[in-house]
Design a protein around this ligand. Structure first.
Ligand SMILES: [Zn+2]
Ligand SMILES: [Zn+2]
Ligand SMILES: [Zn+2]
Ligand SMILES: [Zn+2]
Length: 746
């Protein structure tokens, strides 16, 4: 059995719940920058049209944080006869701008204007009014905060903050005291709990040794939005190429059109550490892909820890100098070297110190640890190895050419000077060896850096969220965690920092594991095993795999069909028969699969209606789907969850909070069956439920949902994250409310 010290990258990351979510807010920000303006230039003055255009543009400006300009547009909208029925909205925006600008006196006036407008209006439909009331409340709270700086928040959050690795582990840097590094004869290095660990406890907090922004992914459009102008933007335009911070106003590199940064400082740092070399290689790096880029950047960063020393030392140790240092430029030969190294590691695993540790036995986030991550050289296919070798040699040639050119052109610019730092031109063969090793390590050790993206604008009622893959990085300490299809930890990221928290109770002596991608809630045991074998070269024997392999007949419940007559689960392969022995029902799998596809189509149409604001039609359509689903899908089928979620959204938009909550609870049940009761997915669902109940002023229920959501999300997210902050705001408001008798609004 192989030792595993790896993390995932190739598998798609968790998408929060499979529900329709999109980055509406962002798109709105970007596309509305163009459209409302063009509307204004095409509308006649003093018409409702032009006033609406100004109002819309003011909304865009508001989202962009341009409050002064926003106020100007609000004045214009009101000048051009903004309709009375919509006044409240724009008045609220005005007040928000004033608060954000710190003009509190004027803000107070604007709020009291708005309040008198609200009371004067008995005609206003209940739901928008409640949303307004809620926003107004938020605003007032914000004004309070401006006056008195925020007090220390909830005790629970405090406790979590305190655990910010105050006392670092002496054996493993960046890890908590409650974990220790061990070696297991079967699994190799692993992390084990030194005491009982509670859910939510911080275990590892590590900055990436290296990371590279993923260039390729365009942010998705609304499914229904067929826009003629491709206003989509990619990661590369929105996130700092060094620290991965989200930013709309990037500082571009002056030497290339690709690299962009959040600040002058990040640009400078990147330049000094790696970009001075990468800048001229831009096109080649994009062609060769992220892994190659990572391998180069790793080696560039290692200059500061002396890559020569690390590689030479390892060569000396293995007594195998000839192969990589005798001037033999054949890079493919180095496979023998790495091969030898690994087999030797295995044989001496007991007596030698743990690989990657320094002389004192400490494991750190450094190049030595990275270099010791396993490359599984003998297990990669010849094609893969060939491709890696070709890529690396292409890079080396280019580097050589660049440094030669820099020398001959007399170092005109300071940029080129930086590109020929002594470490770089010293020995390209050595660099090739290191880069090739990194290329091979990456398949098993690269970690996808993800980010939760919140969707839905400030005004929308329910916040959705989804996970996007931002970058690929190497985290030597996180890499010590072995895989399980039902992990006991949860990993999240804030810019380039990975945080590993316990997602459940972990007993003393138990291994700490995380999931490399194939999670039991996303695929069946056969598919997981196949993926782990082909990417990570091992057979998974985690508890989930063992139990599922025993009773593999039925498959997961979120994919299960049920009997049309008796509702028992159907079992079997190509022909499914009812699990209930007294029932004779049987059916072809193909028929059910095509039925499911039809249903998917119907649900898709309903979601479209929902997006277009045709709420009643959407509800009718979804109720039809619900009935259809009941006839052949298990109650925990993913599709059932999607339908219930759609209904919940539609009723929320209509202001029917009660119905919305009922459907959300059903959707919650599906998500729980699939992802487990303390999963991040459940956290997001509970957050939605809390929002709905909050809007419906169902105080005790809302409080209950808020607390549950908070508890679950704190296991996965930073206490400073938007969701946790909003939950705490809701909680304090609800607690206030529950002390005074509830007065119906308006
Ligand atoms: Zn930055
Ligand atoms: Zn550049
Ligand atoms: Zn498994
Ligand atoms: Zn039956």
């Amino acid at each position: 059995m192989e030792s595993l010290c790896t993390s995932q990258v190739v598998f798609p990351p968790t998408v929060s719940s499979g529900h329709d979510v999109s980055c509406k807010d962002l798109e709105q920000r970007l596309s509305s920058r163009f459209f409302p303006s063009s509307g204004i230039s095409h509308s006649r003055p003093d018409t409702e049209d032009i006033s609406l255009c100004y109002a819309n543009r003011s909304a865009s400006l508001f989202h962009l944080g341009q409050y002064e300009l926003c106020l100007e547009d609000i004045v214009r909208a009101q000048m051009h006869g903004y309709p009375e029925r919509l006044q409240c909205k724009i008045m609220l925006r005005k007040a928000e701008c004033l608060v954000n600008l710190g003009r509190l006196q004027e803000a107070r006036q604007a709020i009291s204007d708005l309040e008198s407008n609200l009371t004067a209006k008995s005609t206003l439909a209940v739901s928008p009014c409640q949303t307004l009331q809620r926003n107004l409340h938020h605003l007032k709270m914000k004004m309070q905060e401006e006056k008195n700086p925020p007090e220390t928040s909830d005790a629970l959050t405090k406790a979590f903050e305190d655990m910010d690795l105050r006392e670092e582990n002496k054996q493993i840097s960046k890890a908590s005291l409650c974990v220790s590094l061990c070696t297991d004869p079967l699994k190799g290095r692993c992390l084990v709990a030194t005491r009982d660990i509670h859910p939510g406890e911080l275990l590892v907090k590590e900055d990436a040794f290296v990371s590279v922004l993923n260039p390729g992914e365009l942010l998705p459009l609304h499914l229904g939005l067929e826009n003629k102008w491709d206003t989509r933007v990619a990661n590369v335009d929105l996130y700092c190429h060094r620290c991965l911070k989200h930013t709309l106003a990037t500082v571009p590199c002056s030497g290339c059109s690709y690299a962009k940064y959040c600040s002058q400082e990040c640009m400078q740092q990147a330049w000094e550490h790696y970009h001075s070399t990468e800048c001229s290689l831009g096109g080649l790096l994009l062609t060769l892909g992220v892994f190659c880029h990572l391998a180069l950047r790793l080696t560039l960063l290692a200059r500061f820890e002396d890559v020569d020393r690390v590689v030479r030392k390892l060569c000396d140790e293995t007594d195998n100098k000839d192969i990589c240092l005798s001037g033999n430029k054949n890079l493919v030969k180095t496979f023998n070297y790495t091969n030898f190294r690994e087999s030797e590691e295995k044989s001496k695993i007991v007596e030698t110190p743990i690989p990657g540790c320094n002389v004192n036995g400490k494991y750190e986030n450094n190049y030595n640890a990275v270099f010791n991550l396993l490359s599984h050289t003998e297990k990669h296919s010849p094609e893969h190895k060939f491709l890696c070798a070709v890529s690396v040699s292409a890079l080396c040639r280019q580097l050589e050419a660049a440094s030669l050119q820099a020398q001959t052109t007399g170092l005109k610019s300071s940029k080129l000077k930086a590109a020929v730092t002594p470490g770089l031109c010293a020995d390209f063969t050595l660099w090739g060896v290191a880069m090739l090793r990194h290329m091979l390590q990456l398949q098993c050790n690269a970690q996808a850096i993800t980010s939760i993206q919140h969707t839905g604008s400030r005004e929308s009622i329910i916040t959705n969220s989804r996970q996007i893959r931002l970058a690929t990085g190497i985290f030597p300490v996180v890499s010590l965690l072995n895989h399980s299809c039902s992990p006991n930890t949860s990993v999240s990221f804030t810019s380039t920092v990975a945080t590993v928290r316990a997602a459940q109770q972990i007993g003393k002596g138990q291994e700490i594991v995380h999931c490399y991608g194939p999670h039991e809630s996303r695929m069946g045991v056969a598919e997981r095993q196949q993926r782990l074998r082909s990417q990570y070269f091992f057979d998974c024997s985690c508890p989930a795999c063992r139990t599922e392999a025993l009773g593999a007949a039925a498959g997961p419940r979120w994919e299960a069909f049920c009997c049309n007559t008796c509702r028992a689960l159907m079992q079997g392969g190509a022909v499914l028969s009812c699990g209930n022995r007294s029932c004779m029902e049987s059916v072809n799998r193909d028929r059910l699969v095509s039925h499911l596809q039809d249903l998917q189509q119907q649900v898709y149409m309903a979601q479209r209606l929902l997006r277009d604001g045709k709420l009643e039609e959407a509800i009718l359509q979804l109720l039809g789907c619900q009935e259809d689903a009941e006839s052949f899908l298990s109650a925990e089928h993913a599709m059932v969850g999607e339908i219930e979620d759609g209904l919940a959204q539609a009723y929320a938009a209509l202001g029917d909070w009660q119905k919305s909550a009922t459907h959300l609870r059903k959707s919650l049940r599906v998500v729980e069956a699939r992802h487990g009761p303390s999963s991040v997915e459940i956290g997001h669902e509970l957050f939605k439920l809390a929002q709905v109940l909050f809007n419906g002023f169902a105080v005790p229920e809302a409080l209950n949902a808020v607390e549950k959501a908070e508890k679950v999300l704190l296991m996965h997210c930073d206490p400073e994250s938007d969701e946790i902050q909003e939950l705490q705001e809701m909680k304090s408001y609800l607690l206030d409310l529950s002390h005074i008798p509830v007065v119906p609004l308006v």
